[in-house]
Write a protein that binds this ligand. Sequence first.
Ligand code: ADP
Ligand code: MG
Ligand code: MG
Length: 922
Amino acid sequence: MTEKKWVYLFSEVEAAEKAVGGDWEDVRALLGGKGSGLADMTRANVPVPPGFTVTTEACNAYLNADEKFPPGMWEQELASMRYVEGATGKKFGDVSNPLLVSCRSGAKFSMPGMMDTVLNIGLNDETAKGIAKQTGDDRFVYDAYRRLLEMFGEVVLGIPDEAFEGPMDEYKEEKGVKSDTELSAEDWKNLVEKFKVVVREHLGFDFPQDPYEQLRLATEAVFKSWFGKRAVDYRNAAGIAHDLGTGVNIQTMVFGNMGWDSGTGVAFTRDPATGEAIMYGDYLMNAQGEDVVAGIRNTEKIANLEKDMPAAFQEFVEICDKLERHYTDMQDVEFTIEQNKLWMLQTRTGKRTAKAAVKIAVDMVNEGLISKEEGIIRVQPDDVDTLLHPQFDLGAIEAARKAGTLYASGVNASPGAAVGQVYFDADTAERMAKEEGQDVIMVRPFTKPDDVHGMLAAKGILTSEGGATSHAAVVARQFGVPCVVGAAMIRIDLEKRQMSVDGNVVKNGEWISVDGTTGEVFIGQISTIAPTLEEQTDLLTLLSWADEISATPGIRTAPDGWPTTGLQVWANADYPADARRARSYGAVGIGLCRTEHMFFEQERLPTVQRMILADTSAERKSALDELLPFQRSDFEGLFEAMDGYPVIIRLIDPPLHEFLPSEEELLEEVITMRVKGETLGLAEKEDLLDHVKALHESNPMMGLRGIRLSIMMPEIVEMQVRAIFEAAANVTLKGVHALPEVMIPLTGTVNELNVIQPSLEQIAKEVMQDKGVEFPYKFGTMIEIPRAAVTAGEIADVAEFFSFGTNDLTQMTYGYSRDDAERNFLLKYVEDGILPKNPFQTIDRDGVGRLMEMCVSEGRKNRTDLEVGICGEHGGDPDSIEFCYSIGQNYVSCSPFRIPIARLSAAHAALKYKGVAIMTDN
Ligand code: ADP
Ligand code: MG
Ligand code: MG
C-alpha cells in the first residue's frame, strides 16, 4: 500500500488534481487557497519561489489526533525540503550557503490576516554568519534575523508583541533615532541579542537554533491557529465551515530588502473600490513584504514602479494580465523583486466593494471574459442592497464644509456614508452597538484581526494609519462597512479615549460622520440620501441581463400549466406614485394594493367612521357612496401607472376598530367632559364610545376581519369592487390596458368564498355591461390561514389566483403573534439556535414552506393555470425568493425599494435550479 500523501510540491499540482478527482474547488480545499494558487502559478510558468504545501487533511489529522503529526507527514516534509534544496542549490541549515524559508498558512477561503506568516526560518547564529559572508551585507542579515526572532516569538511561541516592541523602542530612544532605516548592522546585532533574552525570559528556554526544530514548531503553530479565537470569530462572521482546516506553505525566501534594486508590493488587477480596469496597489523599494501591509513606511502607487524598475514592471503587468484571464476574475497579488528579479508570492480573487463587483462583472461580460450568467452569479443581492443604501446629501456636505466641521481626511477605503458615535476599541464599539443600540464608529490607529467583532458591529471605521490594502480597509470592503484609513492628521489617545486634530478634541461617544466614498471625516451628524437607481448604469445593465435570464422560456422545469419561465417580480404599492416608482425599478405587476390605506386619509376618515357607525344598511350605503369616487380615482391612477400589467387589489382586511379612536382615549375624554360639566358634544362622544366598546374583541387578529367582515357587512366590499371595475372601465375607454385582479383576504374555508365571490363577480359584470367595455380580470384569495393552504384544492375551484400572505401565515403556523414574539423571545430563540433564523424575515421552509409547497401543487391539480405569488415581506428576501421559485410560484411581490434585489435573486434562483424539476405531489 502506498503511503498517504500529506505534502505536495508546488510543482505537483497535477498529482493534487488526480488525488481529488480533478475538480479545482477540491484542490483548493486540499491545498488551501494560497497553496493551490502558488501551485497553479507554478504550472503556468509564472516565477514562484520553490516550495511545497502540507495539506489541510494533514491539519485535520493533526488536530484530531491530540496534536500529533499523522504518520509519514514529517518525513514527507523533510523529503520536500530536499527537493527545494535541489531546486535552489542551497541547503537548509548549511553554514556557507543556507536555505531560508517562510511558513505561511492558507485555508480554502482567504481570511485576511487570520493566521500569521513567519519569514526567514532557517536563520540562526551560524547561518546568519554564512549569509553575511555571502552577501557582504550584515545589516540586511541581522535585520532579517531579528525579524525571525520577533515573528517566531510572537506567532509560534506566543510571546506578546509588546515584549519585543518595548526593548526596540527603548533602544531607538537611547540611540536617538526615529526610523528603523537609521539603524545600522551593529544595532540589529545588538537587538538580536536583546530579543533572544526576551525569548528566554518569557519561556525559560532559548530560541531554537536548530532550523528543523524551527520548521516543525512553525508547522504546528499554523495547524493550531485554525482554532485560534480570532480565526473562529472570523469564520463565524463570514459563514465558513470549521472543519476545512488550513494548509501550511513552506516557501523559499526571496528578499525585497536586498538594496535599492529590490522591492515588494501588493496589487489588485482592477480597482477594488470602483471596479475600474486599472491596476491598483502599493509597493516599497528595499523592503520586506509585511512592511507594505503594516503601513509602517509610506508606500508608492503601483503605477510608479514603471519608472523605478521598467523591466520588472513590464513582466509584472503581463503576469497580472495572464492571471486575470486564467482565473477570469480580478486578482489580488503579492510580489517581491529581489535584485531586479520578479517573484510572485500570492494570487487570489480580490475582495471588492459592491460597486466594483457590479462594474467588474459587467465589464468582464463585455470583454468576453465571462458569460452573462457568470456575471449575474458574481454579484450578490447584498451588493445591490449596499448600492441603494444611503450616501451623504451633497448639499449637507457642502454646508458642513462651510461651517468648518470638516475634521480630517484619509484614504477612501470602503465607500458609503456612516454617521455614529465614536469608540476607541472593538469591545466597547461592539457593546455600545449591541446593548445600547447605538450607531457606532470605531476609531483605531490601525486594526488587527482581534478587532473584527467591533468592526462588524460598527456603522463605520476610521484609522489614522495604514493604506488601501491595510487590514481595516480589506475587512471593511468585504463586509460593506464605510471606512476611511490613514487619516494621519488625527492623533488618537487610547488612554484618554479621545482623538484630536490640531487641538480639536473628539471624545468617546461624540458624533462624527465618515464618508468612505471621499475619505472625509466630519464632526457631527450629516444627513444622508438614498441614491437613485437610474444613476447606476452598470447595475441597470446587470439587472436587464437578470430579467433576460428569468424570462427565458423553459428555464424552469415544471409540469404542464406551471410557469416554465423564471419568477417575475411584482411590487406592493398602495398609491399611484408607488406604482410608478415600482415600475421604474422594474416591477411587472402590482402584487398587493392595500385599499384600507385609502380609508385613513384625513378627508375620508370621518366618512369611513360614519359608515362604520351606521345603524342601518341604508345609512351605511350612503356613506359608502361618498367613498366610492375616492377609491375609483385611486384605482384609475394605479391602472394608468401599470398600463399592461396586472394589478392585484386587496379588499378591506383589518378589523373596523382600527378606523376608530381607541377606547381608552375616548373614555378619558368622556370622563373629563363629565367632570368639567361640559355637555356640548358629550352625547355623541358617549355614543361613539358605546360603538367602540361593542366592536371590542379580545384577539382582533383572529376576529372580525378580512373575508369574515365582508360576509357580515358586504356593503363595503361591494363598493370596493364597483370602484375597481368602474376605474378599470374608465381607463380602458381611454386606451389604457387595465388588468384588475380582486383579492379576498383571510379565507379559511372555500364556503366563505362561495358566499361572497359570486356576488362580487356579478357586480363586475354589471359594471362592464353598463360601461360597454370588456377587459380580462381575476378573482382570487390570499393564503394566510393554514387551513386554506391545506384545502387549497377546493379553494382553487373558486379562486383564480393565490397570493401568500406569509406574515399572517407564519404567525398562524407557529402560533406566534409577531409583535409579541419579536419583542419577547424571538431574538433569544435565534441566538440560542432554537430557530435557525427569524421566520418573519426568511421563510421557514420546513414548516410554513411545506404548507406553501403543498398549497401550490394541490391548487394546480384543480386549476392548472392557477397564478401563485407572495405579497408578504418575505417577497424581498433573497433566500425566500429562491424558495418561492423552487415551489413553482409565478411571481414575488415586494416593496418597491427591494425590487432590484428581488430581480437579481430571481435570476440567481433560475440559474441555481436550471434543469432541476420542481417537486410536486402529483
Ligand atoms: P497573509 O495571508 O497575511 O497575506 P502571507 O503568507 O501572504 O500572509 O505573507 C505575509 C507577507 O510575507 C506577504 O507580504 C508575503 O508576500 C510575504 N512573504 C511570504 N512568504 C515569502 C517568501 N517566501 N519570500 C518573501 N516574502 C514572503
Ligand atoms: Mg498574503
Ligand atoms: Mg394578512
